[in-house]
Design a protein around this ligand. Structure first.
Ligand code: FAD
Length: 558
């Protein structure tokens, strides 16, 4: 049975109801997905539930870098920089189509955060800690060389630059590929199932979850020896339900990104640059767009809908216009945006930017394990640490030793690709193939970056269709593939978290919207009213991602 097909949802729920699992995971962001893969590949019977769609929390709203976190070096977080620095290369090897090398330019400017000497030493230490070799080692540039790399940068204050290597990914795709790879080892994951309460045995030890099927409105019990809450910004809510919210707690910081067409900010590389208030932000080119972020402000609003205010967008526009004065970006240039919450571990007396990005595991007296903090980049090591802990408990309870961590050698679904060269060859073949469907080269890159070798199946599905428009055929083939293999339930699961269109190609949604909705209607037996509602919702969401209100106006309206 394919438990990753939305058409098999009833059978999947039946499994969740009837199997005695070793481990139940709450939360289908990158942390939960990574834990599911680690645990299942060591031999545990794993269930994962997600209250919304996979990666609908922070894990679709990051800067999407697999990076060592240069700025953490400034805060002397040597251990963190070493671990995530080394992880970059590992995650790249596991999915070279999805985690791609990205050169960064750090412009050195008069009065900026980093001086020439400090940057040179800092980037060198960064390379050494992360074990970076060969071509990828940092290069220091003088002002002329830095200006040649990025001609749009303001020259009057430019004194040089650091040129170094990081990786770029799609966080939501990384999450879903971990879920799918975990399924290859028997893990059962389901979206739109909420952990409502924890259940306990007579000794008060947690032994499962009271679940709610958010689509069928049914309650059911899931039984498991161990429960991990990987609920990101919601971790403290689960700890509260468990009666164990004491001591350290979460601090939520909002981070906003805006997206403009690449020709409005045509940077050749990613640029990590100074903002007048002393912070630093990224401008990252990605096919047809450049995205810019992020802000870093305390947040105590609704965790499910995080607003982007005009003030957030203005801050980022101003920052770009300061560093790239010729481009003169305005709010009319903004095509899309997103806002996410960093679930940081609170530290007294520190600002949001200063708080550590280290992850932490909390173990309550009831046995509930919670994990929060950390980075997308470190997801595999976070999973390893918490499953090592579970493995100890499992060995004590059953006398059975689990296998040691396996994930360093498990290529993610979408592969395997041996290396970036193989990805390039595959992309070239796809470019040729897509010409038969009158689709431009861009779509081959889009498909490979999102689906890797699974693009073959999407192309096969396209060849079975007769729609006139090539872009409609493509979108419909993707929708069928993602409903059958990636638990897509709602159109927005597809437009946002499986395909990235909402952020990176928003104009591509409108021309395919009605045929896609008709496909959902036929697949899930929707009535016309549902189609109209979904259409309105998607149109509103597209508008909301490109238009913002002022925060003070919002406050006075409430
Ligand atoms: P989430 O992704 O939020 O997942 C938790 C999930 O739990 C959610 O999907 C939620 O719906 C679910 N859930 C909650 N309660 C329940 C319940 N009761 N029942 C069922 N499910 C539930 N890291 C990097 O390495 N590189 C970057 O470039 C980077 N940039 C960032 C930029 C920003 C603006 C932000 C905010 C973060 C950034 N990070 C970055 C950090 C990274 O994104 C996070 O560390 C990571 O995504 C957290 O993942 P998570 O799975 O712990 O949380």
């Amino acid at each position: 049975m394919n438990f990753l097909s939305s058409l098999n949802r009833t059978s999947t729920i039946q499994q969740l109801k009837t199997v005695d699992f070793d481990l139940a995971i709450i939360g289908g962001g990158i942390t939960g997905a990574g834990i599911a893969l680690d645990a299942a590949s060591r031999g545990l019977k794993v269930a994962l539930i997600e209250k919304d769609d996979f990666a609908s929390g922070t894990s679709s709203k990051s800067t999407k870098l697999i990076h060592g976190g240069l700025r953490y070096l400034k805060q002397f977080e040597i251990k963190l920089v070493r671990e995530v620095g080394r992880e970059r290369a590992t995650v790249h090897k596991l999915a070279p189509h999805l985690v791609v090398s990205e050169k960064m330019l750090l412009p050195l400017v008069k009065g900026g955060t980093y001086g020439n000497m400090a940057t040179s030493v800092g980037l060198w230490v960064y390379d050494v800690l992360a074990g970076v070799e060969g071509e990828d080692k940092r290069k220091m540039l003088d002002a002329k060389e830095a200006a040649e790399k990025e001609p749009l940068i303001r020259k009057d204050i430019l004194t040089g630059g650091g040129f170094y290597a990081e990786y770029r990914t799609d966080d939501a795709r990384l999450t879903i590929e971990n879920i799918k790879t975990a399924a290859q080892y028997g893990a059962i994951s389901l979206n739109y199932v909420k952990a409502q309460e924890l259940t306990y045995d007579e000794q008060g030890i947690v032994n499962g979850i009271q679940c709610h099927d958010e689509l069928g409105q049914e309650h059911f019990q899931l039984k498991a020896k161990y429960v991990i809450s990987a609920a990101g910004p919601w971790v403290d809510k689960m700890r509260k339900k468990d009666g164990s919210l004491s001591g350290k707690h979460l601090f939520l910081s909002k981070g906003v990104h805006i997206v403009v067409p690449h020709d409005r900010l045509p940077v050749k590389h990613s640029v990590y640059f100074d903002v007048p208030d002393g912070r630093m932000i990224f401008a990252i080119p990605r096919n047809r767009v450049t995205y810019i972020g992020t802000t870093d402000t305390p947040y105590d609003g609704d965790l499910n809908t995080i607003p982007v205010y005009q003030e957030d967008a203005d801050y980022l526009l101003d920052a770009v216009n300061q560093m790239f004065p010729e481009v003169k970006l305005t709010k009319e240039d903004i095509e899309s945006s997103w806002a996410g919450l960093r679930p940081l571990i609170h530290e007294e007396g520190k600002s949001a930017s200063e708080m550590s990005r280290k992850d932490e595991i909390f173990e309550s007296e009831t046995g509930l394990l919670s994990i929060a903090g950390g980075k997308l980049t470190g997801y595999r090591k976070m999973a390893e640490r918490i499953i090592d802990l579970v493995a100890d408990k499992f060995a004590k309870a059953t006398g059975q030793n689990l296998k040691p961590v396996q994930t360093k050698k498990i290529p993610l679904a979408g592969g395997p690709f041996k290396n970036p060269k193989e990805v390039k060859t595959y992309t070239q073949q796809l470019i040729t193939h897509l010409k038969e469907f009158q689709l431009e080269d861009y779509y081959a890159q889009y498909l490979v970056a999102n689906y890797g070798k699974q693009s073959d199946e999407i192309v096969r599905l396209m060849s079975t269709m007769t729609d006139e428009s090539p872009v409609v055929r493509l979108a419909k083939a993707e929708v069928i593939f993602t409903i059958d293999n990636e638990l897509v339930i709602e159109p927005m699961d597809f437009f946002n978290r499986r395909s990235g269109r909402l952020y990176f190609d928003l104009p591509s949604i409108e021309p395919v919207l009605m045929p896609v909705l008709e496909l959902f209607k036929a697949t899930f037996q929707w009535d016309d009213e549902r189609v109209i509602k979904e259409k309105e919702y998607i149109e509103q969401e597209c508008y909301r991602h490109a238009h913002f209100e002022y925060e003070h106006q919002k406050a006075t309206q409430n």
